[in-house]
Design a protein around this ligand. Structure first.
Ligand SMILES: [Zn+2]
Length: 252
């Protein structure tokens, strides 16, 4: 680590979470995905044999993030916004004190993004460091969209895509028989209110309900999940993230 050209190095900091992902998938889903993404990105970079790829370091996955939207479901643990801000800021400040100036947060839980963005902008101003943001799931890529079962196009949290990724990592951690689908319960078909878009209310897990109207906390239907689909999603996501890293190395 001491021998690296720190000005030309990039430290990737993977951001996980500990939060409910439905009956069928484990609390550590996002952290598992973060570890797997790190492993795959690292393999892709070593295969490229690009001289710059040797300048990428991976920080250990941070296993807890900002997950207040899942806090009313058993097992979910969240940092408060100011705690999480300072966790990320202290890690970057520590690495910067050793000479590193370029970082990337690998965002493996969407809820972490807002705070990661604030930290990135503030430390760019305060320390003169650059912190890039890499989103782990290539959920909008056509190959990933093609894995979704018919009628499950709005799948996003704890649904078919995330459950499939866990199955590709370790099938024994998923209990597909216990799964239920979750739908957004606020707004109306005619109105604009949705959990994203031009009129939104920052959502909470309880806004998503099962068919019997009980809060389920997931968006989507996991029943069509499979390890094969997860492999496609992880492969696509890791390639997209690795290509992003290769591009940003040229800016250092
Ligand atoms: Zn997740």
């Amino acid at each position: 680590m001491e021998q690296l050209d720190k000005e030309k190095s990039l430290v990737v900091i993977p951001l996980g979470a500990l939060e409910q992902h439905g009956n069928q998938a484990p609390l550590i889903t996002d952290t598992l995905i973060a570890s797997e993404m790190t492993r795959r990105i690292s393999n892709i970079l070593s295969d490229k044999k690009d001289t710059l790829a040797g300048n990428v370091l991976f920080f250990p996955v941070i296993p807890i993030g900002y997950s207040v939207e899942h806090a009313s479901f058993c097992g979910s643990i969240t940092f408060r916004p100011d705690t999480y801000y300072h966790v990320l800021a202290d890690i970057v400040t520590g690495l910067n004190s050793h000479g590193f100036k370029n970082f990337a947060f690998l965002i493996c839980h969407g809820g972490n993004r807002a705070i990661a963005e604030v930290v990135s902008r503030q430390l760019r101003r305060d320390l003169g460091v650059k912190i890039y943001l890499i989103t782990s799931g290539a959920f909008s890529s056509p190959k990933v969209k093609a894995t979704l079962s018919h009628g499950n196009e709005s799948d996003f949290h704890g649904g078919e895509m995330e459950t499939s990724m866990v199955m590709a990592i370790d099938e024994s951690m998923v209990d597909l028989k216990s799964c239920k689908a979750g739908h957004y319960s606020l707004g109306s078909d005619k109105g604009k209110l949705n959990f994203f878009g031009s009129l939104s209310l920052p959502w909470m897990g309880e806004d998503f309900t099962a068919e019997d109207d009980t809060p389920i906390g997931i968006g989507g239907n996991p029943s069509g999940a499979s390890a094969k689909k997860g492999e496609i999603i992880l492969d696509e996501s890791a390639n997209e993230a690795a290509n992003g890293i290769i591009e940003l190395l040229t800016y250092l």
